[in-house]
Design a protein around this ligand. Structure first.
Ligand code: ADP
Ligand code: MG
Length: 526
């Protein structure tokens, strides 16, 4: 019985009450406002230069590329204008030597070559035609505006953005190290290499994955409602939302479409409350932070996202193993073990290594409602080399994992609830849903993650059970490709509006292929 009691005591440290949720929401709102006023606050509130969201009627063919940590994806997206799309894509692993290349051009020329290969393979007719056209067109620039593919560039490294397709690399992460690229405009680096290959491609937009998710969800979501938030709950967590331009007090450099009165803000909420004004801070959270590569930052993320939840659970379990008073994964009671064999933890078990317990095991635990927890016990064996765990052991593991997972979902509701309140949408008449697009393995696969978010939202003052019913959280599939395409479309509309003929005005008066879709887009956000 001691194990069950101790489990209960520790699990209670992860309780996050309705009152805590409300205190969290108030602080989140405060830090949102600070971030809108000035730079250098814990919520960065980065203006994205994207000033409208789609409504599903947008049309056209766009390219999108995604440079993540491991792979480079190239895709073309045909937006059908009826909330559906067709997507063709290819994926290639980034060669390790290019991640640490001497010159930025080594990496970016590789990326441009992949784009060329993709165009030749999947858009051969268009590609050949544009080569022919290039040979016949008498301008030095080669291509006519309407024959150019707009490309949305999803770049998952920290950039200082200063235009819809301009942004300088602040630092590399995730094992990349090409000092030559730091401080340079990553869109220009890619465009340079595309031009060297004479490809009919313009890098039209620089995209953060949260903004892509927001755009993709807004395009695909049912009905006319436009989406308010795009959020990622995967390895990390972050969110972007639609803000009124008049609320953004800090200066926004460069050009953007002012006519909509809105701008999508990338909150970078992973670093909400780095100062720990209100966030829970158990001894396990403290240990995780101290042993991380970036102590003191991404404090919210370290309590919410997939990369960290398993590690919190691991730290708790390791602590419990040290406690001589209780018997967890031990053979003291093999007589009581219904599996009738010796409980052992292999020395090479991930339990004894930092990051050794993957959050997906928490999903297995949460999903196992069988009386003998057999699937969890099998998975403990498979993933952690814990052999013949007793039913009591499995129950203890499940309860701890649940407590950590539930706290994460309720913290997620703090961020989402604050943004819903900030938008004022609940005060607007009618019963239009307040739409939130989400992506990432945690929200997609952790059982009842969304239900736990809804439950916490219902406890937020100013939202309540009625308000929570109006909030609709939906998965945005293929967010990065579709979202990047949609932002490229927005960018095409902006070029048109600003009358920026980047091909030096030689083609004034040509009917713009993208005009219709761009106009529809603007109409919905005005
Ligand atoms: P990324 O963030 O790189 O785009 P994902 O959205 O797939 O990738 O998120 C990966 C993270 O999600 C990892 O930290 C992993 O531990 C966690 N994860 C993967 N599968 C599950 C699952 N079934 N339940 C909970 N977490 C999961
Ligand atoms: Mg992702």
């Amino acid at each position: 019985m001691a194990l069950a009691e101790e489990t209960k005591r520790i699990a209670a440290q992860f309780d996050y009450s309705d009152q805590d949720v409300n205190v969290g929401v108030r602080e989140f709102l405060k830090q949102m406002h600070e971030g809108l006023e000035r730079d250098g606050t814990s919520l960065s509130q980065i203006p994205t230069y994207v000033t409208g969201v789609p409504n599903g009627t947008e049309k056209g063919l766009y390219l999108a590329v995604d440079l993540g940590g491991t792979n480079f994806r190239v895709c073309s997206i045909h937006l059908n204008g009826d909330t559906t799309f067709n997507l063709t894509y290819s994926k290639v692993a980034i060669p390790k030597e290019l991640m640490v290349a001497k010159k930025a051009s080594d990496l970016f020329s590789f990326l441009a070559k992949q784009i060329e290969l993709f165009l030749r393979t999947h858009h051969g007719a268009h590609f050949d035609a544009s080569i022919r056209r290039r040979q016949t067109v008498s301008t030095p620039e080669g291509f006519r505006d309407e024959h150019i593919f707009r490309l949305g560039f999803t770049f998952s490294f920290p950039v200082q953005q200063f235009g819809i397709n301009k942004g300088t690399l602040m630092r590399w992460t995730k094992g990349f190290d090409i000092p030559d690229a730091i401080g340079k405009d990553v869109c220009a680096l890619l465009q340079q290499e595309i031009d060297n290959l004479h490809l009919p491609v313009k890098v039209a937009a620089l995209v953060n994955d949260t903004v892509g998710t927001l755009m993709a969800r807004s395009y695909t979501s049912p009905g006319k409602t436009s989406t308010l938030v795009g959020a990622i709950f995967g390895t990390g967590t972050n969110g972007a939302y639609v803000e009124k331009a008049s609320n953004i007090k800090k200066p926004i450099k460069g050009d953007y479409d002012r006519s909509t009165g809105r701008m999508i803000i990338n909150t970078e909420w992973g670093s909400f409350d780095n100062q720990l004004n209100v966030l829970p801070n158990t001894s396990y959270d403290i240990a995780l932070d101290q042993e991380s590569v970036n102590p003191g930052i991404q404090i919210f993320e370290k309590r919410v996202s997939g990369m960290f939840l398993g590690e919190i659970v691991r730290l708790v379990i390791v602590d419990m193993l040290k406690n001589a008073e209780i018997s967890l994964f031990r053979d003291d009671h093999s007589g009581q073990n219904d599996w009738k064999s010796t409980t052992t933890i292999a020395p090479e078990s991930g339990l004894f290594k930092q990051w050794g317990l993957d959050s997906s095991l928490m999903s297995v635990a949460a999903a196992d409602s069988t009386p003998d927890h057999s699937s969890l016990r099998q998975e403990l064996e498979k993933q952690l080399h814990i052999y013949a765990a007793s039913l009591e052991d499995a129950r203890a593991f499940k309860d701890i994992a649940y407590a950590v997972g539930r706290r994460a979902a309720r913290l997620s509701a703090v961020a989402l609830g604050a943004i819903v309140l900030q938008s004022g949408q609940l005060q607007e008449p009618g019963d239009e849903p307040i739409d939130i697009g989400v992506d990432g393995s945690l929200v997609e696969h952790y059982p009842f993650f969304r239900d736990m978010i809804y439950e916490a939202l219902a406890a937020v003052e100013g939202i309540g059970p009625e308000g929570a019913k109006r909030i609709r959280i939906g998965i945005a599939k293929d967010g990065s490709g579709v979202g990047a395409a949609l932002i490229a479309l927005v960018a095409a509309g902006m070029e048109k509006k600003a009358n920026v003929d980047y091909l030096h005005g030689v083609r004034n008066g040509i009917v713009h292929k993208f005009t219709d879709s761009a106009r529809q887009l603007t109409a919905t956000v005005g």
